[in-house]
Design a protein around this ligand. Structure first.
Ligand code: ADP
Length: 550
């Protein structure tokens, strides 16, 4: 260095041209370098030797400052580039002044390619700012703005925030534009919305009552089915709470609540009470959960099973009936078979002895037994078809049907000198003519058959409106039926008098036809000797307004 200085001084001496000013690194006494700004001038003093004037300004502080600034600038750039949001600084002409790495990477270009370009072109591929541009709003009102935007070019939802930049005079010079990718959040929101919608639909449309409760018994929310089931408005249900809708006499409640408190859920049957006091059985499932604020809540799903219970009861009854039926049928079919088998034995023996008279008798017995079996099977077959086979439906009147039934027994009516009384009402019926005729034929036949030795035999065939129901009756003043047989006589092969004709299937058949028409049949009789009255209804057969057809 000293050599360089010496040469420079020499050069100045020779040429009188001052060495240009500039930075120089000098060495201190202790050997450490020091950067200076060095200016030189040759001053002619009038003597032979001009004087060299040197001014060295120590640049150490400035260098330190510059280094600090450089570091700060690098640090800022690194920070700016490491932010995952897209950040741009935009001037008031929408030109991008600066942008961070996330911006160029998402846009798929270099920093140079977007520098000084309009943001609407680079971000949205447009020739002017879009309607929703928050920067436009900011330029108008100098306020920060934000908006959620779906950008198809990036296939992303962005939460865009613009913050104004002011100059010293308070004029807006542009904005800092931060675009935060909220696509995942939006997707999660969508999933949540869909699942909330599903839950709401389930809640609103459910055929079961659904209650949201506090486990202590307060009701917080109910669905429309709850209101229908309990006969109360939502407000009423919320006001009365659990204690007013449970059946206080149902001792399964406390254990159920204990189970739910212990395990977090309960499933089982419990009884509830409607507003009108009606108690009904229900299938219940309840679970405890924490709501979004961390409160303990419970869902209670209540399915009214009163109808199911009725059906179950009916099914049980029917099963018992079928069992009884099978037992009786097999028993009654077996007896003619036993007769035939027995007489086959006799026949063999009588053939070997050649006793013609006994052979004929044996054959007679066997014929009768076979006939009875055939009659039983025919009736069974006919009965099994009720409600199964496609029945032809036609319109007819009550009077027409009764007249037809009567004509089949004209002989018995005449011989027994039976007084037949018929009501004048004449409702229109719509159904299977043959089946409906079987009802009146059987009842009339029985009334005549079980008249006993009544000296003034009488049968009344009537129909009358009892409230909503049209009730038909066939009443006689014959031998009557003891009360303990009032139900039994409708069973298959049930005969109170085994010597009377018939196989004991008439009333079974009648009941099946009546039930198939949605109706019911019952007998009223004060006992032996006091006549019988068979009442029945046929809701599916009677015209909607039977009275007007009188
Ligand atoms: P059956 O073929 O024996 O008449 P039903 O099923 O029609 O069979 O009747 C069952 C039994 O009910 C009869 O055997 C009879 O004892 C009794 N019964 C039916 N109708 C009358 C009636 N009008 N009066 C008295 N008893 C009757």
């Amino acid at each position: 260095m000293r050599e360089e200085v010496r040469q420079a001084v020499q050069h100045m001496k020779e040429t009188s041209i001052p060495v240009p000013s500039g930075e120089l690194t000098l060495v201190r006494k202790d050997g450490s370098p020091v950067t200076v700004y060095s200016s030189h001038a040759l001053i002619q003093t009038g003597g032979n030797q001009p004087m060299l004037f040197c001014l060295d300004i120590d640049l150490s502080d400035r260098k330190r400052m510059e280094e600090k600034l450089r570091r700060a600038s690098n640090e800022w750039r690194r920070t700016f580039d490491s932010i995952p949001d897209m950040i741009t600084i935009i001037d008031n002409n929408h030109r991008i002044l600066r942008s961070n790495r996330a911006t160029w990477q998402r846009l798929g270009c270099t920093m140079q390619e977007i520098d000084s370009q309009p943001c609407y072109t680079k971000f949205h591929g447009l020739n002017s700012p879009p309607d929703y541009c928050p920067h436009v709003q900011l330029m108008l009102d100098k306020q920060p703005h934000s908006s959620e935007v779906f950008e198809p070019r990036l296939n992303a939802w962005l939460d865009v925030t613009v913050t104004p930049l002011f100059d010293d005079e308070g004029k807006v010079t542009g904005s800092i534009h931060v675009a935060h990718d909220i696509t995942e959040l939006k997707e999660a929101e969508k999933v949540l919305r869909v699942s909330e919608e599903k839950f709401r639909l389930l809640f609103e449309m459910s055929n079961d009552a659904i209650l949201i409760t506090v486990p202590d018994g307060n009701i917080l929310a109910v669905n429309p089915e709850s209101c229908r089931m309990f006969g109360m408005t939502a407000d009423e249900l919320i006001q009365v709470g659990r204690e007013k809708i449970i059946d206080p006499s149902d001792n399964r409640y406390r254990p159920a609540l204990e189970t739910r408190a212990r395990t977090g859920e309960f499933k089982g049957e419990l009884n509830f009470v409607r507003k009108n006091g009606e108690v009904f059985p229900a299938d219940v499932s309840s679970s405890i959960f924490k709501d979004s604020s961390g409160n303990t809540r419970a869902t209670v799903r209540i399915e009214d099973i009163s109808e199911r219970k009725l059906v179950e009861k009916e099914l049980k009854h029917k099963n018992a009936e079928i069992e009884q039926f099978i037992y009786t049928v097999s028993h009654d079919l077996r007896s003619p078979l036993i007769t035939i088998k027995a007489f086959l034995g006799y026949l063999g023996r009588d053939i070997s002895t050649g006793d013609r008279e006994r052979i004929d008798k044996d054959l007679d017995f066997m014929h009768n037994a076979a006939d009875r079996m055939e009659a039983l099977l025919n009736e069974l077959l006919d009965m099994s078809r009720i409600g199964r086979a496609v029945e032809s439906r036609e319109q007819m009147t009550f009077q027409e049907l009764v007249a037809e039934a009567q004509s089949a027994v004209t002989g018995q009516i005449a011989t027994g000198k039976v007084d037949i009384r018929l009501s004048t009402a004449n409702p229109i019926l719509y159904g299977d003519r043959r089946r409906l005729l079987q009802i009146w034929q059987n009842l009339l036949d029985n009334a005549l058959k079980y008249m006993g030795d009544q000296r003034a035999p009488r049968v009344e065939i009537t129909v009358e409106q009892q409230g909503e129901e049209t009730v038909f009756c066939v009443c006689d003043n014959g031998i009557g039926i003891a009360p303990n047989y009032h139900e039994k006589i409708f069973g298959i092969f049930e005969k109170l008098d085994s010597t009377a004709g018939g196989v004991g299937m008439g009333l079974t058949m009648v009941r099946r036809i009546v039930e198939n028409c949605g109706g019911r049949i019952w007998v009223e009789s004060d006992g032996v000797g006091s006549g019988s009255c068979f009442h029945f209804t046929l809701p599916k057969v009677v015209a909607a307004d039977p009275v007007s057809s009188d």
